[in-house]
Design a protein. Structure first.
Length: 292
């Protein structure tokens, strides 16, 4: 009996160790924070919606989006009040819209997004309130972040003393049908160079974008990519409508290629290129990122 008990204990111990190692491997593999490089961009959606751009060795920024400001929602949805976007996401069952809305608005890659468990329509003044994050914002809210990402953000944004940000709350606005519309073009010029990753500038790879019909969508995606620090050398119209695909000519996939593929969820393939190091064929992205 003692031998059997020992063997069972050893078996259970093995299972526990295996599960712990597997969980650790899975969390590391799926962590967005570990792949973010020298800058991490994330949005906390709610009554006081904020975009954080955290630089590991550089200036960190905080953008405040008041509930009454209208943002263009990619996917052909038109303009929505910031305070109503969460309800739209809930109705459409597309949490990825948070990433697209605030990536297009900030001309950068939004890596992580956090939003309330219960969808709510928010109202408020046109001036944003600079609210500090708490544990509930990171640990309770829904998100595309895994446990490892959440624990890092708790340390980085709540517990550590390194919480100094350059706050941007004076957003450029343009008038439209008695609505205050966020002026994406003006903000892009105003914030040029704020959110790019130095790593990409060091790699110095460039991108050519192929689109079929919608030049405006291609231009927005070009702005988002260049906002990350990746140079876009050309926007080319083509008659061939393919799936979303990234072509690269180097022997091994670079960090730029892999991160573009992960962000846009595109297939990668090794292929000869002429004008650039990487070719991005938009495919489904033309519809997913279509804006007014």
């Amino acid at each position: 009996m003692k031998i059997k008990k020992k063997s069972f204990r050893g078996y259970y111990a093995f299972i526990i160790v295996f599960l712990v190692l597997y969980l650790g491997f899975y969390l590391i593999k799926t962590s967005v924070v570990l792949k973010a490089g020298d800058r991490l961009n994330l949005v906390f959606y709610g009554q006081d919606t904020s975009v954080y751009s955290i630089g590991t060795n550089d200036v960190s920024y905080k953008l405040l989006f008041p509930a009454e400001i209208y943002l263009s929602v990619p996917g052909g949805y038109g303009y929505y009040r910031t305070g109503s976007i969460g309800k739209l996401v809930s109705l459409e069952k597309k949490p990825d819209l948070y990433k697209r809305v605030f990536s297009a608005a900030s001309s950068s890659f939004i890596d992580l997004y956090f939003y309330p468990q219960i969808p709510t329509i928010y109202y408020g003044k046109e001036e944003a309130f600079n609210k500090r994050l708490d544990l509930a914002d990171i640990l309770i809210n829904k998100s595309n972040a895994n446990l490892l990402d959440r624990l890092y953000l708790v340390w980085r944004l709540v517990l550590s003393g390194n919480n100094q940000y350059r706050t941007i709350d004076d957003l450029p606005i343009k008038q439209g049908l008695n609505r205050k519309l966020f002026d994406r073009e003006a903000f892009k010029k105003q914030s040029q160079g704020y959110f790019y990753k130095r790593t990409y500038r060091t790699i110095r790879e460039n991108v050519q974008i192929l689109y079929t019909k919608n030049y405006k969508t291609a231009k927005i995606l070009s702005d988002v990519i260049e906002g990350e620090g990746i140079r876009v050398v050309d926007l080319t119209q083509t008659d061939h409508k393919n799936e979303c695909r990234l072509s690269y000519q180097k022997t091994a996939k670079s960090l730029v290629t892999e991160n573009l593929a992960n962000f846009f969820k595109c297939r990668m393939e090794k292929k000869a290129t002429e004008l650039s190091d990487i070719i991005l064929e938009l495919g489904k992205l033309e519809e997913e990122w279509e804006t007014e």
